[in-house]
Structures are given as structure tokens and as C-alpha cells.
Design a protein around this ligand. Structure first.
Ligand code: ADP
Length: 801
């Protein structure tokens, strides 16, 4: 449908004019925007050129000669300059486009005016004729009335005067004239109507459609020109145009030509030097010229002043050597096992590499570099270890030489504390060998040992990574005094300084003077280490057998009895709070003695790392054992395991001990499948224990609902866990509620769900499990009852065979 047929009406004509006005306004807006765009491009071009210029201000000196990265950068900057020029040229072209738009707008204005005029012209003729017809009709009416009046008059005269007379002639004449006038008017009216009909028809069918058709074609040709202008505008801003693409391609090429292995070729050629000559470190003999005999160049001095220091240094160094070795082993394991480091996705500090800096090759290089650094470190420390060992060995068991000229130690030759413990004091043995030195025994334990006023012991504490020696005394409560070190390496409280801590303590003890005036504390009775406070040197670690929450677990040997033991170590880096938690297990186990509870042999707190020494249970964790022996385990053996666990738990319940983490992973297997309860890290000695410090790290799938929901623990919670342990034993190490998240399992248990019986479980045992999982704690059996049920079942089974 075109203009000619659709837009003939008056309203359409007016709309067409309004439309053309709107188009003109749009052109103006476009013009202003394109002008602005040209300005922007011009300014960007200026900015870009400045960037390129700045980038080219690189060091032109020799240092970077032959560097591909420098070359690439320069080319990159040159290309930026080209880009700047391209933007500038685009801006100029846009300005030309803008002029074109101005012309188009002017032409369009003219075309609009022509249309308006033409339309008015053809409409005017029709309007004129329409008026004429009306006018002529008016005249016609007027003459018709005149004629009718004269005819009436003539007829009257005619009748009155007969057919003659002047008057009649006169009237006839007038009548005839009126008649003529009427006929003339009639004809004119007829002619004007005919003309009007013709003109109207032409206007409607020829002239107006012709004008509109013409106008449509004019407007469409403007649109075409307008479209072209827009296309040009877009082309001059097209960043994907061939010109820009070529520039980008050149930038890409030059950057791709950077080759790391070529980068330093010219540089290394130019600066080639021979390998560095070793630096020589030599002992300056002039330093000891005046002290003949005592100090020798390049030789360690071992005497009563240095022996403690050397020994403790030796321990530290040996520890460092071991750490280096462990780190190396770990690195090698990781590299072989497709660990995160090996596949290159982890950066040095453990975070995920997001910038792609780490390539697998980089990561390999880094590993071998780190490994070499560790090997060097190990070698360096080992050298020092050997040197100290050699020096100490030379002294052997001989009496140590005195380091000082005045024989202070003579004062202590009798060296015994005059108390019922008969503790000896000698200046030539390390502090940690003194019976009253309790190593890093935590403060709570210390306080527990000091009961009467005057009881004292010495211990070590680590504060801000520095070791401090503390004298703890019971005196109106408990007082802890840090031993002060003087600038010349002596030790003191408020009184005189002494060369060794032993001498300082001896002085305090013998003089019966208060340690500090303010405290008034006097030393009366040295409290010696308890049977279970072992020395770290009493055990020799042999091999790692497990990994606990606090550190590695080792198979070890007790030096004194050659007994094989298991040693749990506590990582040195853990905070004090954690170390106390670690020892909690030792404190609890210390009091128990039952064949189904793992036995404590001692704790080593004399120095770091602190350790818990336990009987070695050779089968390791029950969970692993179940999984490994799933094919050979019989129902009788499984029931035996349940009975052992029940026996151990019955004993614990009788001691008011809540284990809180009973599970197959925390039981150990001894000879003949016998089971021992272990891992007392979460245990509490209370009838009821309410958790107050949040519910972190709760073994949800093993924990009774009331403990999960209200933090309320009793032995009946252990009974629930025991039910899960039974399930683990009969499913041969399956994961409970497998396929369910902790929260899902919790939800379902609360809704009444219980795990189905594992395959081949005697029905009585499954019934017992279900009883252990009673929602109401009071409906669960106590361990005594559990033991009796399982024992009776076993006896029945044994008798039936
Ligand atoms: P933690 O209490 O720190 O989690 P565990 O008691 O679970 O440490 O010990 C970790 C692993 O060390 C156990 O799974 C087990 O394999 C091994 N282990 C622990 N104690 C002994 C022991 N007395 N005899 C033999 N192996 C043990």
C-alpha cells in the first residue's frame, strides 16, 4: 500500500508533513552526534599517540640489546601510533559525512516545501470551483425569483389589457429580459457544475495520487541517501575493519615472536664471565691470641658453660635435619602422586594460580629447585650436627672442664637438694636431665603437681617462638617466675646471677630467700617428674605408622626396656591451646588399665615435639583392618570384636569417662583380632558433659541425636556410637549412611530412619544395634548389658559348634 492510495485524506496529508518535520529533527540530532563522535575519535587519537610516544621512551641503552621483549614492545608502540593515525583519519572522514548530512537535510526541507505548495495548488482549483458552483446556484435562485415575479406580472397585464398596449409591451420586454437572464444563469450553473465534477474527479483520481506517488518516491530516495550516510558513519568507526585487523595482527605477531629461550642469548654472549671464585671464611686467629689454650680456632669449646647449650643446639639441629628430610620425602611423594603441586595448579603459597603463570614445566623446575635447596639445607645442618657430635664425643663421660677461671661450681659439689626426694644437682649435666625439670609440661599439669606451700619445679614455656625457663612454686596459690638472662648469659631472679639455671635454683633453695620480695615464695621441696613423664631421649622413633589430628604417629622403641611402642607426636607449630588438647588424651589414659583400652606408657614433654607414648597395637586402626580382611572375617570374629569394644566401653562407663568419638577408625586391632579402644582426644571424665564451645568437627554420623541437638553427652551417647561401630564391624568397614551428607543423615535419623542390617549379620546383633539407636537415650542399653548380651550370644554360638 503506497502513499497514493493510502494517504489521500486531509489528516494523512497533515501527518505526512508532521512526519517530515520529525525526520528533519532526527537528522539534526544525528548530525550533532556524528560531530561529537568525530571529536572523540580525534581526542582518542591524540591520547593514543601520546601513549605510544611514552611507551617508546624506553631505555635505548645497551642493557636491553638483543632483547626480543624490548623489540616486541617497540613494535607494539609503533602499531599503537598507527592506530592513533587511523582514528584521526576516521575522525576526518566522519566530518565529511557530517557535511553530507547537512546537505541532505537542506534538500529534504526543500522537498517538503515543494510538496506542500503543490498540494495547495491542486487543492485550490477544486476549492475555487466548489465556491463557484455555490455562487452560481445562489444567482440561479435570485434570477429564478425575478423571472417568476415578472412572468406573473406579464400574465396579469396580458389578461387585463388584452393583447396590445404600450404597458403590456413594456412588461413583456421586462419579462423577456428576466427570462433570458434566467436561462443564461441556468446555463452557467450547468456549466460550472460540469466543470466542478470534472475537476473534482481529476483531483481525486489523477492529480492527488500523482502528487502523493511522486512524494513517496522523493522521500524514499532521501531514505536511501540517509542510509548511505549511516553506513559511512559506521564504517568510519569500525574497529574490526581490515585496517585495524592488520594492525592487531602485526601486534600479535610481534608478541608471539618473543621466545623466552632466545631472550637472553645476546645478553649472555656479551656478559659471559667465568664461574665465581669461592669466598673464603676463615677464623681470625688474632681474636684468641690473648686466651691461650681455652678457645681454639675452628674448634668448638665444650665445657660446663657450653655443654647444655651445645646439646640443646644439637637437638634443634637434628630436628631441623629430620624436618628437611621429611619435607623432601613429601615433595617427592607429591611429585610422583599427581599431587596438586605436580599438576601445576597450585602456586607456591598454596593458592590456585589464576593468571596462568605456573606452567607444568615451571612447577617441575620449581620443585627440583626447592628440593635442591632442601638438600643443601640438610647438608649444611648435618655438617653442624656432625661437628657438635664430634666435639661432645671427644669429651665422652669425663668430668667436664670448667669454663670459668673461678671455680664457682665448687659450691655445688655436694649437689643434692636436701629434701625427701634426694634430688641431685650437678652443673655438668643438661637441665633437662634434672629430675625436677618438667620440660614443656602444660601449666594445668604443673599446678596439679604442686600441692603444698614450697613445692616447686622448673619447666619450659615457649612464648613468641622463644623458649623461656619458668620456676613454678606453690605459695599462697601458684606462682610462676620467668628466669631472667643477663647480657653476659647468666641467670637470675631478683638476687645475684649464676652461670647455670641449676646453680640459680640451688641458691634459691639453700638460701631460703624468697624468689621475689613481692611474692615471698620460698623453695622447700623439689617435685620430681612422675613415672609417666618420660624424656624425649628415652624413645627412638623408627617408622611412621599413621597420621593423627595433631601430628604423625610413629612406631618407636623405648631405650630402657627395648619395648616397641607407638608414639603420637604433636606438631611444634601448633598453638599452646592445641598442645594442651593433645596432652588431654595422655592425662585421661594415664588412669586406665584395661585389656581393651590402649595403654599409656608416658608423655614426653621435656622438649619439642611433645609426644604421647602408648603401647603399640600392631594391627593398626580397626577400620583399615576390617576393609583389608573383609574376605576372611567370620561372624564369630566380628562378634568377638563387638564384645571387646563393649568390654572396654563398660570399663570406661564405670569410670565416668565419656569417649565421644567411638568409631572403627578410633579402635585398634591387637593380636588375634582383639580390639582396643583408642583416640581419647575428645573424651571427658564426667557423667554428663554439655558442650559449650560450639560443635566443631563433630563426627555427625556417629553421634547421638541429643548430643547433636542439645550438646548433651552421656555414656548413653557412646552407646549410640557403639551401635554404629557394630554396624561398621558387620559391614566390614563400610561408611555409614553412605550416599547421604551429614545433614541429610541427621534429618532422616530425626525422622526415624535407621540403617538396614548389613549382610550376614546375626539377627540378635542387628536387634542390639537398633536398641543402641533408640531415639530416647534412656531406652538404650548400658554397656554392661550390651557386654552380657554379646557375650551370651558368643557362648551360645561356641557351644552350638
Ligand atoms: P588422633 O587421635 O590424633 O586422630 P589416632 O589415634 O587416630 O590419632 O592415630 C592415628 C593413626 O595412628 C591410627 O589410625 C592408627 O593407624 C595409628 N595408631 C595410633 N595409635 C596407635 C597405637 N597405639 N598402635 C598402633 N597404631 C596406632
Amino acid at each position: 500500500m503506497g502513499f497514493s492510495s493510502a494517504l489521500q485524506g486531509r489528516a494523512a496529508h497533515e501527518a505526512l508533513i508532521v512526519r517530515q518535520d520529525a525526520e528533519l529533527r532526527l537528522m539534526e540530532t544525528m548530525k550533532r552526534s556524528i560531530q561529537l563522535k568525530a571529536k572523540c575519535d580525534r581526542e582518542y587519537a591524540i591520547g593514543l599517540a601520546a601513549v605510544a610516544q611514552q611507551g617508546l621512551k624506553t631505555d635505548r641503552a645497551d642493557e636491553m640489546q638483543g632483547s626480543l621483549i624490548t623489540k616486541a614492545w617497540r613494535s607494539y608502540m609503533d602499531e599503537l601510533d598507527h592506530q592513533a593515525k587511523q582514528f584521526k583519519s576516521n575522525a576526518e572522514l566522519l566530518e565529511v559525512v557530517c557535511e553530507k548530512l547537512t546537505h541532505l537535510s537542506q534538500d529534504k526541507r526543500k522537498a517538503r516545501k515543494a510538496y506542500q505548495e503543490e498540494h495547495a495548488k491542486i487543492a485550490a482549483r477544486l476549492n475555487h470551483l466548489t465556491d463557484e458552483v455555490v455562487r452560481k446556484k445562489g444567482e440561479y435562485q435570485k434570477h429564478l425569483e425575478g423571472y417568476k415575479a415578472l412572468r406573473t406580472r406579464f400574465e396579469e397585464h396580458y389578461i387585463k389589457s388584452g393583447r396590445g398596449g404600450r404597458k403590456l409591451d413594456d412588461v413583456r420586454d421586462k419579462y423577456q429580459k428576466a427570462c433570458r437572464k434566467l436561462h443564461l444563469t441556468h446555463n452557467e450553473y450547468v456549466l460550472s457544475i460540469t466543470e466542478a465534477v470534472e475537476v473534482e474527479k481529476d483531483f481525486r483520481t489523477v492529480l492527488l495520487p500523482g502528487l502523493l506517488e511522486h512524494q513517496q518516491s522523493v522521500q524514499e530516495s532521501f531514505i536511501l541517501l540517509w542510509k548511505n550516510i549511516l553506513q559511512e558513519t559506521s564504517q568510519h568507526g569500525d574497529l574490526t575493519s581490515d585496517k585495524f585487523k592488520e594492525i592487531q595482527k602485526r601486534i600479535d605477531n610481534v608478541i608471539n615472536s618473543i621466545n623466552p629461550s632466545e631472550e637472553y642469548r645476546e645478553f649472555t654472549e656479551k656478559h659471559k664471565t667465568s664461574p665465581t671464585t669461592p669466598l673464603v671464611f676463615q677464623f681470625d686467629d688474632a681474636l684468641i691470641e690473648d686466651i691461650p689454650g681455652k678457645l681454639q680456632s675452628n674448634t668448638l669449646t665444650v665445657d660446663n658453660l657450653t655443654v647444655d647449650w651445645l646439646r640443646s643446639r644439637l637437638i634443634d639441629l637434628e630436628m631441623s635435619v629430620k624436618e628437611c628430610q621429611e619435607k623432601q620425602l613429601k615433595m617427592i611423594e607429591q611429585a610422583n602422586g599427581g599431587s596438586p603441586i605436580a599438576n601445576g595448579s597450585i602456586t607456591r603459597n598454596g593458592s590456585t594460580a589464576s593468571n596462568g603463570i605456573q606452567s607444568p614445566k615451571d612447577s617441575q623446575n620449581r620443585q627440583s629447585k626447592d628440593l635442591n635447596a632442601l638438600r643443601c639445607q640438610e647438608k649444611q645442618k648435618q655438617k653442624l650436627v656432625d661437628m657438635i657430635k664430634c666435639a661432645l664425643n671427644e669429651i665422652g663421660c669425663e668430668e667436664l672442664p670448667s669454663g670459668c677461671d673461678d671455680h664457682l661450681e665448687q659450691n655445688f659439689i655436694e649437689n643434692s637438694f636436701n629434701n625427701d626426694q634426694q634430688m641431685s644437682l650437678s652443673t655438668n649435666r643438661p637441665l633437662y636431665e634434672e629430675e625436677w625439670f618438667h620440660g614443656v609440661l602444660p601449666r594445668e599439669e604443673v599446678v596439679r603437681l604442686l600441692n603444698n606451700d614450697g613445692d616447686f619445679l622448673v619447666r619450659e614455656t615457649i612464648r613468641n617462638e622463644e623458649s623461656q625457663i619458668v620456676l613454678s612454686v606453690c605459695w599462697n596459690g601458684h606462682k610462676h617466675f620467668i628466669v631472667q638472662t643477663t647480657v653476659d648469659g647468666h641467670f637470675r631472679f631478683e638476687g645475684p646471677p649464676f652461670p647455670s639455671i641449676q646453680e640459680l635454683i640451688m641458691h634459691q633453695y639453700q638460701s631460703e630467700l624468697p624468689v621475689t620480695v613481692k611474692s615471698g615464695a620460698i623453695l622447700r621441696r623439689a617435685i620430681c617428674r612422675e613415672r609417666w613423664e618420660l624424656s624425649n631421649d628415652d624413645v627412638v622413633l623408627l617408622e611412621k605408622i599413621g597420621r593423627g589430628n595433631f601430628g604423625d604417629v610413629y612406631k618407636a622403641k623405648l631405650k630402657s626396656t627395648k619395648q616397641d611402642v607407638a608414639v603420637k607426636t604433636c606438631r611444634m607449630t601448633l598453638p599452646d591451646e592445641q598442645k594442651r588438647k593433645f596432652l588431654q588424651e595422655g592425662r585421661i589414659l594415664k588412669q586406665y588399665d584395661h585389656p581393651n583400652i590402649v595403654k599409656l606408657i608416658g608423655i614426653c614433654v621435656q622438649k619439642q615435639p611433645i609426644m604421647i607414648v602408648m603401647e603399640l597395637v600392631p594391627g593398626g586402626s580397626l577400620l583399615n583392618y576390617l576393609r583389608k580382611n573383609s574376605n576372611s572375617l567370620t561372624a564369630r570374629q566380628q562378634m568377638g570384636m563387638c564384645r571387646d569394644a563393649a568390654a572396654g566401653m563398660r570399663y570406661l562407663e564405670s569410670k565416668n569417662c565419656i569417649h565421644r568419638d567411638l568409631a572403627a577408625r578410633n579402635c585398634l586391632v591387637d593380636f588375634e583380632n582383639s580390639v582396643k579402644i583408642s583416640d581419647f582426644g575428645m573424651s571427658r571424665e564426667e557423667e554428663e558433659y554439655i558442650v559449650s564451645d560450639g560443635m566443631k568437627q563433630i563426627p555427625v554420623k556417629w553421634t547421638a541425636p541429643e548430643a547433636l541437638n542439645f550438646g548433651k553427652y552421656t555414656s548413653l551417647c557412646d552407646v549410640w556410637s557403639y551401635g554404629i561401630l557394630m554396624w561398621e564391624i558387620f559391614s566390614k568397614g563400610d561408611t555409614p549412611y553412605s550416599g547421604m551428607s551429614n545433614s541429610r543423615a541427621r534429618e532422616r535419623i530425626d525422622a526415624g530412619y535407621r540403617m538396614p542390617t548389613p549382610e550376614n549379620t546375626p539377627p540378635e546383633m542387628y536387634r542390639l544395634m537398633l536398641k543402641c539407636w533408640s531415639a530416647e537415650a534412656d531406652a538404650r542399653p548400658h554397656f554392661d548389658e550390651i557386654y552380657n548380651v554379646v557375650d551370651a550370644l558368643i557362648i551360645r554360638l561356641d557351644n552350638s559348634h
